[in-house]
Write a protein that binds this ligand. Structure first.
Ligand code: SFD
Ligand code: AMP
Length: 662
């Protein structure tokens, strides 16, 4: 059995921090994160930065397989193609119950296809319609569209391809790449108020602390996973739909330095194949499958469902039911005793066969066609969610013979998929953008020099992988402009390198000082291990903050109790102990999770309505008729801000501008 990855033995025996070197580095631009958005920034930034600039990308993992696209994907969910960009804005607005930043969405829609074209140029196989095989999108090749916005890919190596291009671009410019360095917190400038000046992190492979100074920074460290109790238990807890490595670092690190947050009440509770967490989009859109309850009824097509959706005007009456309301219908079936809900995979696949038979296809060709269908059905997961394919295989599931259960999962926080929590950023500096939506640099947060993209940027969901990459590129250009406009800015840090080191390594010191006092080093009156912190956090968020066990229901009183628990948890997080470098990552991830969950619940407390049924419900503001949605009072953004000087939070409303007409 391999030994746990511990810090050096000398350090363990005696917590002597003088044995931990500190590397102090200075860059013009620092990119924190190595996912789709950060790879977009890395690819683009060198084209715009002044000659001789120094840039570094820091990823807690390895660029080739880090972030949400680590396993690959089987579809690109945002490709505008033949659609008017304004319709993309309408789709996102409709799906997210009306409260979105239309400037950011329109801006993204204008540029996203360029990233998709690059992916194809770099070698990503994109499915083409018959007759167009081998013809690139840029030469008129027609993609296989599943829905209006989504296209199919052979995407097992999607992230490797995108990472390779990012690495090459960094390399060509002589820029740096630091892999397996976990960024713990951002650092404000000592002299210039509200201005980013650096970040501190540590290596996950050697005893080393890294202190970075920079003039501008991109933080694109993904969304937040493992913040609510997952449906999986014990060893299975390593499985989730979204990447378990993304721990809310983006939100927490930016809010800690005072960045204004938006729509942090929003969460994504996706319906997924039960236990394997396999995504459902391809099954709904490509295979045209429907859901059936335990009585075999396609409940979404019943009058009962129509009546329910009518309670949410105008959102429930759209041609495509919003994602949260689709969940809401599933939950009603389960709560009223008609669960479980099945994806009728057998009916969907066999219908294709019946249609071909009716068209007169002969038996030999039918057999070949069947093989193709079967491999597409499995490949959907092999390319993106291999655990789901493993589960089907191990449970002897033959999707052409039996359906598979669909279940809303535990909630995730993200800003790039079908959710929209995140940071309040500037839109493009163009005359059609309302004044209160722009402050000079596209995608800059309210902290000078600090940018975000992908899951980090709030109020503009449905970017997905392609949109996150494109947004990272768009921000890169603005970052370069910021550097040029602030050429004489010399970042200065408030804390010394040794102070920062002591703070970062505190959980290791705590462990070393106390672990000998108990026979089982997991249990100790002087410390708490990150694993136990996580169990506690999940218990509170699940039971009080509207997790899956109370069917996503919370209310004012429950939230008050959740906040009390979170306060105690935050206090106890000072006593977190880490026995090795991997556990030191876990410890800081827990700190990041607790902060972002606190903001999440603060926002849910503030928004006194149930705008996202199916994602969460405020039981004290239930919707029971078509007059219950308070569009006058709540069709607005909820923003929050932590003041790093005073340690105080404020939560407030922000005006929503409709830019694109219905
Ligand atoms: O099927 C630190 N996504 C889908 N997008 C699509 O286009 N098509 C799909 O098919 C999609 N589906 C899907 C998707 C994701 C997953 C997990 C599954 C299925 C199973 C969504 C996209 O993947 C998503 O929108 C983008 O990846 C978001 O990009 P970005 O850059 O915001 O996040 P990231 O890629 O996860 O990268 C985060 C990076 O940050 C690093 N990191 N680095 C340093 N210090 C720290 N403290 C850090 N914390 C994190 C990470 O290592 C990573 O590099 S489907 O469901 O619809
Ligand atoms: P998912 O696999 O659920 O993450 O969805 C992938 C893509 O398909 C996203 O763009 C979703 O918005 C879209 N999608 C999933 N299910 C449906 C559905 N039933 N109707 C319309 N669009 C859907």
């Amino acid at each position: 059995m391999a030994l746990r990855n511990k810090p050096s033995w000398e350090l363990l025996a005696e917590p002597d921090l003088s044995k931990v070197p500190v590397e102090e580095l200075e860059y013009d631009a620092l990119i924190v994160g190595g996912g789709m958005a950060a790879c977009g920034t890395a690819f683009e930034i060198g084209k715009w930065m002044p000659a001789g600039s120094k840039v570094c990308l820091v990823d807690k993992a390895c660029l080739e397989r880090s972030g949400a696209v680590a396993q690959g994907l089987s579809a690109i969910n945002t490709y505008i193609g033949e659609n008017p960009v304004a319709n993309y804005v309408r789709m996102v607005r409709g799906d997210l119950m009306g409260v979105v930043r239309e400037d950011l969405i329109f801006d993204l829609g204008r540029f996203v296809d360029d990233s998709v074209h690059l992916f194809e140029e770099w070698g990503l196989p994109i499915w083409k319609k018959k007759g167009d095989e081998g013809k690139p999108l840029t030469e008129g090749g027609q993609p296989v569209r599943t829905g209006k916005w989504q296209i199919m890919i052979n995407g097992e190596s999607y992230k490797c391809i995108v990472a390779e291009a990012a690495k090459n671009a960094l390399d060509e410019m002589g820029y740096d790449l630091h892999e397996r360095v976990f960024i713990v917190k951002l650092l404000l400038d000592a002299n210039k108020p509200n201005t980013i000046a650096g970040a501190v992190g540590f290596s996950a492979r050697e005893n080393k602390v890294c202190v970075y100074k920079c003039k501008t920074m991109m933080v694109a460290a993904g969304g937040a996973v493992n913040i609510f109790r997952p449906r999986t238990t014990d060893e299975g807890k390593g499985r989730a739909w979204y990447p378990i490595w993304n721990a809310g670092s983006t939100y927490t690190m930016c809010m800690q330095v005072g960045a204004e947050m938006t729509m942090m009440e929003n969460r994504f509770t996706p319906s997924r194949f039960k236990d394997g967490y396999g995504p459902v989009g391809a099954w709904f859109l490509l295979f045209k499958a429907t859901l059936a309850n335990s009585e075999g009824v396609n409940f979404a097509a019943t009058d009962r469902a129509k009546e329910e959706l009518a309670k949410y005007p105008p959102y429930g009456q759209q041609p495509v039911t919003p994602t949260c309301l689709r969940n809401h219908l599933i939950l009603i079936e389960c709560k009223e005793g008609r669960g479980p809900v099945f994806m009728d995979t057998a009916a969907a696949l066999n219908k294709f066969l019946d249609d071909k038979r009716a068209e007169g296809m002969n038996e030999k060709d039918l057999k070949k066609y069947w093989k193709e269908l079967e491999s597409e059905a499995w490949e959907d997961f092999l390319d993106m969610s291999v655990g789901q394919a493993g589960l089907w295989a191990s449970m002897n599931v033959e999707p052409e013979k039996v359906g598979s259960e669909i279940m809303p999962t535990e909630p995730y926080m993200l800003g790039s998929h079908s959710g929209c929590c995140g940071i309040w950023v500037s839109g493009p500096n163009e005359d059609w953008v309302p004044d209160d939506y722009k402050w000079g640099y596209n995608r800059m947060t309210t902290v000078n020099g600090l940018f975000s993209s992908g899951d980090g940027v709030g109020a503009s969901g449905h970017k997905f992988s392609s949109g996150s990459h494109a947004e990272g590129r768009m921000a890169a250009k603005a970052m370069a402009k910021y550097v040029m406009d602030n050429a004489d800015f010399a970042p200065a840090l408030k804390q010394s390198a040794d102070e920062l080191k002591a703070e970062v390594y505190k959980p290791v010191v705590t462990y070393n000082e106390h672990h000998m006092w108990t026979t089982d080093d997991m249990i100790n009156p002087n410390y708490i291990r990150p694993r136990h912190m996580m169990e506690r956090l999940m218990k509170y968020t699940d039971e009080y903050g509207g997790g899956w066990s109370p069917y996503y229901m919370t209310n004012g009183k429950l939230l008050e109790i959740a906040m009390t628990h979170l306060r105690l948890l935050t206090e106890d997080s000072e006593k977190m102990a880490a026995s090795g470098l991997h556990e030191l990552i876990r410890a800081w991830e827990m700190v990041h999770r607790i902060w972002c969950v606190e903001d999440h619940l603060r926002h849910i407390q503030f928004r006194e309505e149930s705008r996202y049924p199916g994602f969460y419900y405020r039981g004290d503001f239930n919707v029971t008729s078509d007059t219950d949605m308070d569009e006058g009072g709540w069709k607005c953004f909820v923003n929050s801000k932590y003041d790093p000087e005073t340690g105080e939070w404020s939560t407030f409303k922000k005006k929503l501008h409709k830019i694109i007409p219905d």
